[in-house]
Ligand binder design. Structure first.
Ligand code: PHB
Length: 388
C-alpha cells in the first residue's frame, strides 16, 4: 500500500476511535423487554411495561438522559423457551439492558444469559431467590422482591396470631416452592406446624381435589402463593368450596393484587403480605397513582410499581456513568448507595441488589388491598449463596 493510503486509513481510524464512545452514548439505548404478554401472567407483564414507560414519559421519553429503543419478546412464562427467547434480545438485537421477567423459572434463564454475556439485567418481578443469591453479580438487579420476603413476613404474622396448624397450597415451581419455604421458616420458628404442602403444576387451575383435602385436614389456616389468572380462579374456588368461612386463607399479596375486580366478594377480608398496597399515604405514591390512572385509564398494582422502579434504577445507574452501560462497577456503586423514591415508600438495594423494604400487612376491602400495618420492617433477603 502506498504511504498516502496508509496515512489516510490511520487518520480515519483515529477519528472513528475518538468518536466511538461519544457515538455509543448518543445513540439510542437498546432496551430489551422480555415479559409475558400471553397466558396466566399476561396482565402482570403489561402492568410492568406500563410502569416502566410511565417513568420514561416523566423524563421526557428518556432514561438517564438517553433516548430509548425498545425490543420486545413475549416469554409466555414458559421456561422451556426462555434461553432461546433471551438469546433473541442478547445476540440478535444486541440490547444494552434486559428488563424481565415475571416467572421465576424464566428469570433464572435470563440471569444466566446476562451473566454469560455481561449484559445488564433488571428483574421487575420474578422473585427467584437464586437471582440475588448464587447468581448475584454487578450487572444483575431486582426492583421487586425475593420469593422468601413476603412468605417469611406472613409466617411471622400468622405465628403471632396464635395459628398453630397450617396447610400450604401453591404452584409447583420455584416461586411457589420458595414462597412456602420462606413462610415455613418463620412460622415454624414461631411455634407453628405445617400439616401438609399441596401443589398443582404451573399454570394449572385444577384445585378441586386439593380443596377437598384441605377440608379433610382441617388446619387452623391456609398459606398460599398464586398470582395473575390462577389467583383469580383459586380465590373464587376456595370461596365456592365453602372453605373461606371455616379455614382462613392467607397469602403472599400476589393472590389479591391486580385481581380484585375479577375476584369480587370472594376476596373480601383476605389478609396478605406485600411490599405495596392501595392506601399508602406517601407523596410519591399519590403522584404515581394519579399519573398512572391518567395515562392508562387503570389503577396501578404492585407490578406497575416494580416496572416504574426498574426504570428508576436504570436511570440512577446510567446517570452515574453518563449513559455508558459498559461501566458496570460504577453503575453498581451508584445504585448501591441510592435511596429509590418508590411509590411503595423509599427503599435501598442490598449488596446482592435486592430491595430492602417494608412488607405491609394488607386486608381486602372492596376493590382495595388496604394497608393495615407493617408485617415486617425493612426486611432484607438473606441472599444465601451470593458471593459478591
Ligand atoms: C415468580 O414466578 O417469581 C412470580 C410470579 C408472579 C408473581 C410473583 C412471583 O406475582
Amino acid at each position: 500500500m502506498k504511504r498516502t493510503t496508509l496515512t489516510a486509513i490511520a487518520a480515519t481510524t483515529t477519528v472513528l476511535l475518538a468518536s466511538g464512545s461519544a457515538f455509543a452514548q448518543s445513540a439510542k439505548l437498546k432496551v430489551g423487554l422480555m415479559l409475558p404478554y400471553t397466558g396466566t401472567y399476561a396482565a402482570l407483564g403489561n402492568a410492568i411495561e406500563n410502569g416502566f414507560k410511565l417513568h420514561l414519559a416523566e423524563q421526557g421519553g428518556k432514561v438517564g438522559g438517553r433516548e430509548v429503543e425498545f425490543f420486545k419478546v413475549d416469554d409466555e412464562s414458559d421456561p422451556s423457551k426462555a434461553t432461546e427467547n433471551v438469546g433473541k434480545l442478547v445476540k440478535r438485537d444486541q440490547v444494552d439492558v434486559l428488563i424481565g421477567t415475571v416467572h421465576s423459572g424464566v428469570a433464572m434463564a435470563m440471569a444466566k444469559a446476562a451473566k454469560d454475556s455481561n449484559t445488564l439485567l433488571i428483574v421487575p418481578n420474578a422473585g427467584a431467590d437464586a437471582v440475588t443469591g448464587p447468581m448475584c453479580g454487578p450487572n444483575i438487579y431486582r426492583s421487586s422482591f425475593s420469593n422468601w420476603q413476603p412468605g417469611y413476613a406472613m409466617g411471622e404474622v400468622m405465628a403471632k396470631k396464635g395459628i398453630k396448624k397450617a396447610v400450604t397450597i401453591t404452584w409447583k415451581y420455584a416461586a411457589g416452592d420458595e414462597s412456602v419455604k420462606g413462610f415455613k421458616e418463620s412460622f415454624t420458628k414461631g411455634g407453628g406446624e405445617v400439616l401438609k404442602d399441596l401443589t398443582v403444576p404451573f399454570p394449572g387451575v385444577e384445585f378441586q381435589a386439593l380443596l377437598t383435602e384441605i377440608a379433610a385436614l382441617k388446619p387452623d389456616a391456609v398459606y398460599t402463593f398464586f398470582a395473575g389468572g390462577g389467583a383469580v380462579k383459586f380465590v373464587k374456588d376456595y370461596d365456592a368450596a365453602g372453605l373461606k368461612k371455616s379455614i382462613p386463607l392467607y397469602g403472599a399479596g400476589f393472590i389479591t393484587d391486580g385481581t380484585l375486580e375479577a375476584q369480587g366478594a370472594s376476596a373480601e377480608g383476605l389478609l396478605t403480605s406485600l411490599h405495596y398496597g392501595d392506601s399508602l399515604t406517601n407523596p410519591k405514591d399519590k403522584s404515581f397513582r394519579l399519573a398512572y390512572a391518567k395515562a392508562y385509564k387503570l389503577q396501578p398494582d404492585v407490578y406497575a410499581v416494580q416496572g416504574y422502579d426498574a426504570a428508576q434504577i436504570l436511570g440512577i445507574g446510567l446517570a452515574a456513568v453518563k449513559g455508558d452501560v459498559s461501566k458496570k462497577a460504577e453503575f453498581a456503586a451508584a445504585v448501591e448507595k441510592a435511596k429509590i423514591d418508590s411509590p411503595r415508600g423509599p427503599f435501598s438495594l442490598s449488596k446482592a441488589h435486592n430491595p430492602v423494604q417494608d412488607i405491609y400487612l394488607r386486608q381486602v376491602s372492596g376493590k382495595e388491598n388496604k394497608v393495615i400495618g407493617i408485617a415486617s420492617k425493612s426486611l432484607a433477603d438473606p441472599a444465601r449463596g451470593c458471593k459478591s
